[in-house]
Design a protein around this ligand. Structure first.
Ligand code: DQA
Length: 152
């Protein structure tokens, strides 16, 4: 079965407790369980990981080539400055990467309005809380039909 890798970046392990007015009360395990369930309905295996470390996220992106048909990535604050994560995404092209954010970063502080990742992502979904991930997974599965890793 085709597979999608979901990568959660720094501080997202604290979802549920972290600034709930901004990020909601859904915990990361709840999000991951929902994505696995949605994935099985869409015919894909969903694997999820979270890291607070830039290098771990880069390693995961690099290792995804040939193993996953798409990545759903919330880079957290790395979104706004990690050229190394941007380069990792570009390095695994044409593996599609869907950038997701719980919050609407365009409505927040100035420094959150720019994503260095967006220019190499297949697309970006932001502002729908935990639902951003579900929308991102649906988009990722749609993109898999035209990408590597869709052997069936
Ligand atoms: C975030 C937005 C980022 O600006 C922030 O640093 C995060 C979470 C989001 O999902 O809304 O950690 O990526």
């Amino acid at each position: 079965m085709a597979a999608v890798l979901v990568i959660h970046g720094p501080n997202l392990n604290l979802l549920g407790q972290r600034e709930p007015a901004v990020y909601g009360t859904t915990t990361l395990p709840q999000i991951d369980a929902g994505l696995r369930q949605l994935g099985s309905g869409l015919g894909v295996t969903v694997e999820c990981m979270q890291s607070n470390h830039e290098g771990d996220i880069i390693d995961a992106i690099q290792a995804a080539r040939g193993r996953y048909g798409a990545i759903v990535l919330n880079p957290g604050a790395f979104t706004h400055y990690s050229l190394a994560i941007r380069d990792a995404i570009a390095s695994v092209a044409p593996l599609p990467v869907v950038e997701v954010h719980l919050s609407n970063t365009h409505r927040r502080e100035e420094f959150r309005r720019h994503s260095v990742v967006a220019g190499v992502a297949a697309g970006t979904i932001a502002g729908f809380g935990a639902e951003s991930y579900s929308l991102g997974l649906r988009a990722a599965v749609g993109l898999m039909t035209t990408s590597i890793g869709n052997e069936g």
